[in-house]
Design a protein around this ligand. Structure first.
Ligand code: SF4
Ligand code: SF4
Length: 134
């Protein structure tokens, strides 16, 4: 297949291994996401922050359990329908537009990411997915 015809699903297919839900600096969440996820699990935002969040680099992230997995990982994402934008857009994230080396770095952690694709195609698909998920 010519590279130009590769769609997002041709360069990334999740294998559902859960590796991206483990460690790697954490999942950042916004205030709005805190409200949404708190409502989804029937708690209030303050209690949610206290019980399900940690601080990393001065920002709120979802807490990790003792096994280093996200606190919402239980063989699958238990908040899939309301998971943070960072999880929804992975691996089509802003840092790829800054430097496509980040795509290769992420591919070393994620078995669903293809690396035999030209950088210009990766950037194009990432930009499209990001604009779709704004
Ligand atoms: S590491 Fe990649 S393949 Fe595994 S669950 Fe995460 S996105 Fe899917
Ligand atoms: S919210 Fe879900 S997809 Fe995101 S890191 Fe946690 S378990 Fe993984």
């Amino acid at each position: 297949m010519p590279y130009n015809n590769l769609k997002s699903e041709d360069i990334f297919k999740c294998k559902k291994c859960g590796d991206c839900c483990k460690g790697y600096g954490g999942t950042f969440i916004t205030e709005k996401e805190i409200e949404t996820i708190a409502a989804h699990i029937h708690t209030d935002p303050d209690t949610f922050v206290e019980n399900y969040c940690q601080i990393s680099g001065g920002k709120r992230i979802l807490a990790q359990a003792g096994d280093m997995y996200c606190i919402f990982w239980d063989g699958l994402c238990t908040i899939h329908s309301v998971k943070p934008r960072m999880c929804k857009t992975w691996p089509f994230i802003e840092s790829i537009l800054v430097d496509t080396i980040n795509w290769s770095i992420m591919a070393s952690l994620c078995p669903g990411i293809r690396t035999d694709v030209p950088n210009r195609i990766i950037k194009k698909r990432v930009a499209e997915e990001l604009s779709r998920n704004l």
